[in-house]
Design a protein around this ligand. Structure first.
Ligand code: DGY
Length: 308
């Protein structure tokens, strides 16, 4: 196995590097930004394994630039919409992801956004930092309570279910959209709509102008999955027209850019793709990716193969 080159496209926790170094030569990009497509193709030349991040577009051209010895692409994310899986499978390359280890962290952040939005926490913080005058009175900065409200979960996978457990603890009723309960029914009844479906051609712009207009005027939208699931421009239109009450967004259509109109709105809470961003979770994710690489390079079945 010696002589194997493992390319890591962004810095990862040291614990994962230790595992990777036991497998071969590890080359880590030290750029403080995602590599351009050209840089990526140059960096992966000769790699047997690529440890990729969600902003790397790994397609047939990248695999070809790596060369025929490429055996595994281990994405450090549960989502793998950045990878052209059929193109890699066609070239005999195994693709893996990192499910489960980020479920709770992402559900926590989802609930954090939900509370920050419905209880106006981010807005209150801005008010104080702006040193604006304020005084307590019974009508001051009222938000919306969660008890007895309905949470609509689109994408009832592991993360959706973890968010549902938290919602139940807050006294919310949970409804899901699935084949038997179409999205339209959920949009009509939900006080909060939370998105947890993966990004696929079918879910791109799932929340478009039509979907937003089906939501209650008092409803909130939370997106912690992938930006393009929401038509961001239609969302800004809907918020400006008071078609919905607010939005909590951790992901964006053209990351790292954010639709400028959203930045101006007080009823929007924004975080920069922090769903899995805890020390514990990011370490687990990187370790899992390293274990997936090890399994494939050792000729074993990886823990988290992506089959599509
Ligand atoms: C994922 O794993 O897909 C997340 O978006 C990373 O936080």
């Amino acid at each position: 196995m010696w002589g194997m080159r493992i390319v890591v496209t962004r810095r990862v926790p040291e614990a994962a590097l230790v595992e990777l170094r036991a497998l071969g030569e590890v080359v880590v990009s030290d750029a403080d930004r995602p590599l351009t497509q050209e840089e990526l193709q140059e960096a992966v030349a000769g790699a047997s394994a690529i440890v990729s991040m969600l902003h790397d577009r790994i397609d047939g051209a990248v695999a070809d630039a790596a060369g025929p010895q490429l055996r595994v692409v281990a994405n450090v994310a549960v989502g793998y919409d950045n990878i052209d899986v059929p193109a890699l499978v066609e070239r005999g390359v195994v693709v893996t992801n990192t499910p489960d280890v980020l479920t709770d962290a992402t559900a926590d952040l989802t609930f954090g956004l939900l509370l920050a939005l419905t209880r106006r926490i981010a807005e209150g913080d801005r008010l104080l930092r702006a040193r604006k005058p304020w005084s307590f009175h019974l009508g001051f900065m009222l938000g919306s309570g969660l008890q007895g409200k309905t949470l609509g979960i689109i994408g009832p996978g592991q993360i959706g279910k973890a968010v549902a457990r938290r919602a139940e603890a807050f006294g919310m009723r949970v409804v899901y959209s699935g084949r038997s309960q179409p999205k339209e029914d959920l949009l009509r009844v939900a006080d909060v709509v939370s998105l947890h479906c993966p990004l696929t051609p079918e879910t791109r712009h799932l929340i478009d102008a039509k979907a937003l207009s089906a939501m209650k005027h008092t409803a909130f939208l939370i997106n912690t999955t992938r930006g393009p699931v929401v038509d961001e421009s239609a969302l800004a239109d809907a918020l400006l027209a008071n078609e919905i009450a607010g939005a909590g967004l951790d992901v964006f259509e053209r990351e790292p850019e954010v639709e400028p109109r959203l930045l101006e709105l007080d009823n929007v809470v924004l975080t920069p793709h922090l769903g899995s961003a805890t020390v514990e979770t990011r370490t687990e994710m990187a370790l899992l990716a390293a274990r997936n690489v090890a399994a494939v390079l050792n000729g074993e079945e990886p823990v988290n193969p992506v089959r599509r």
